[in-house]
Design a protein around this ligand. Sequence first.
Ligand SMILES: [Zn+2]
Length: 250
Amino acid sequence: MALVRTEAFVLKAFRYGETSMIYRLFTRDRGVVPVIAKGVRRPKSRFGASLDPFHRLQVVYYDKPGREIQTLSQVELLAGHPGVVGSLDRMEAAGTWFRFLRAVVPEHAPAETLYDLAVTALDRLDHVPPESVRRWETYHRAIAAERLGLAPRLDQCAACGADLPDRAGMTLAIEEGGLACAACGSRGGSGRMPVGSDLYGLLLLYHHPDWSLVADLDESGAAEARVQELVHRFVDWHADLGARVRGARR
Ligand SMILES: [Zn+2]
């Protein structure tokens, strides 16, 4: 049995017995790890209130290979995100983001790049104005998809490899894995969605590593709402999320 020390977020919590809880942790070093926190619901528990949602934690747990649920030993609060838990809009966005993570983070496998993105995303969410939380959520889902190898190709036609953008028109071909040029798009296929030049520019921004390019966009209009829909449909289809993100248990 080894002691593992790593950073983590709580993805989900379940009551267990009279005084304990089971948490599904999203750990930096081991991906998703279920742990039991014995006695955490006792009034004077040494774990305190640190295991609340959206807290970034330093955790220590006993790791026994082959055991389904590991035993939590210590927790220390690293960041509480008061801006997130103090706003209903931000809290809902964070909840959706964590449901997404729950569906795509591997179990018992390193997940540094996704974990670091989760840290950055929550730090940003503390300061996102309520009218921009959808923007925040879609942007980070697109970047997470990129880190998972699920992002759409935006520089070449996913069907024939022709350079994009194509002035004659493009479509998003979800199942083919990205944008299709006009010639390939005209051959049809179900679920093709037209992408004009305004949407194309926004789609590039939503996949750009610099969040401020999206954060500083002017007031979001119909085109941006359309791009957000495209990103969500693309990522969810490729991550096979559908039912899971809508709340079903994994
Ligand atoms: Zn093509």
